[in-house]
Design a protein around this ligand. Structure first.
Ligand code: FES
Length: 290
């Protein structure tokens, strides 16, 4: 006699399983989506992460029913699925809001204002860490570093970045989300709900007009460290001869045409490397090239 994965879950000491079933029409729709996802991988087990996003897109969090579904279609045990779903913080385990607002309170963001933003948002929204507003719109949480430290303090909503936040801008952000205004992150397309985001993360296209074109990069600031590490000079802020105002040097010229105005201190990347690199011969200064 074969043993179903739900029965195996019970035998492994998880009395909450088996889970309630999806309605037939929902299960049929999810199975069609799951087949499409699984077909992308040589080993079906590799599809578990996107499948967890798929079931998360159905109910807004990864339910027992969702985990059971993943186990069934991938022929895994519920224990295996649960281990993955509980390891990654992108999978929510309980009902939450349409917008997951995460305030980075790691060291740099914290000292740059992240702690104050988180504290003030808790008061403004009347909820604590991990809690959801009564209207079901906002779930607030503090989050760890998301590698956007050069834009600290950072707030993330449904995994999209909002750079250089203040208490005021963060309050305005959550207010706009609650009243249904269109809100755009610092980079990328306007926000969609958590469920819609989860479906995109499952690997299905973002069908909204202009969404793909709206995708952007972090911009030159995040590349400075990389360029310094490669022995190139960093973009410098110089006084433009035309108007005397401060400007960021165009990135290419700042890298390929180091000038005396861009001289770095002895604590910066080695100048010799850049000057002796045949790929980057010393050229006219930025001012000479005008
Ligand atoms: S400390 Fe906040 S993004 Fe790194």
């Amino acid at each position: 006699m074969t043993t179903s994965s739900s029965e195996r879950g019970v035998s492994l000491g998880m009395p909450e399983l088996p889970a309630p079933a999806y309605p037939d029409d929902v299960r049929a729709r999810l199975e069609a989506d799951a087949r499409e996802i699984i077909a992308r991988y040589p080993d079906s087990r590799s599809a578990l992460l996107p499948l967890l996003h798929l079931v998360q897109s159905e109910e807004g969090h990864v339910t027992r029913t969702g985990m059971q579904f993943c186990a069934d279609v991938l022929k895994l045990t519920t224990a295996e699925v649960t281990a993955v779903a509980t390891f990654y913080t992108m999978y929510r385990r309980r009902p939450s809001g349409d917008y997951q607002v995460g305030v980075c309170t790691n060291t740099l963001c914290a000292v740059m204002g992240g702690d104050a933003i988180f504290e003030q948002l808790q008061e403004h929204l009347g909820i604590g860490n991990g809690e959801t507003t009564d209207d079901g719109k906002i779930t607030l949480e503090h989050i760890e570093c998301n590698a956007a430290c050069d834009f600290a303090p950072v707030v993330m909503v449904n995994w999209e970045f909002f750079d250089n936040q203040t208490v005021q801008s963060a309050k305005r952000l959550v207010d706009d989300l609650r009243i249904g205004h269109t809100v755009s992150p610092t980079r990328g397309a306007p926000l969609c709900t958590f469920k819609e985001t989860a479906r995109i993360l499952a690997g299905f296209p973002d069908e909204r007009d202009g969404a793909v074109e709206a995708s952007g990069s972090a911009g030159p600031a995040s590349l400075v460290g990389l360029r310094l590490a490669r022995g190139e000079t960093a973009p410098a802020r110089v006084v433009h001869p035309r108007d005397g105002g401060p400007h960021d040097e165009p990135q290419d010229r700042a890298v390929h045409e180091p000038s005396s105005a861009q001289h770095l201190s002895s604590h910066d990347a080695p100048q010799d490397t850049s000057a002796s690199d045949p790929a980057h011969p010393a050229g006219p200064t930025a001012e000479e090239g005008e």
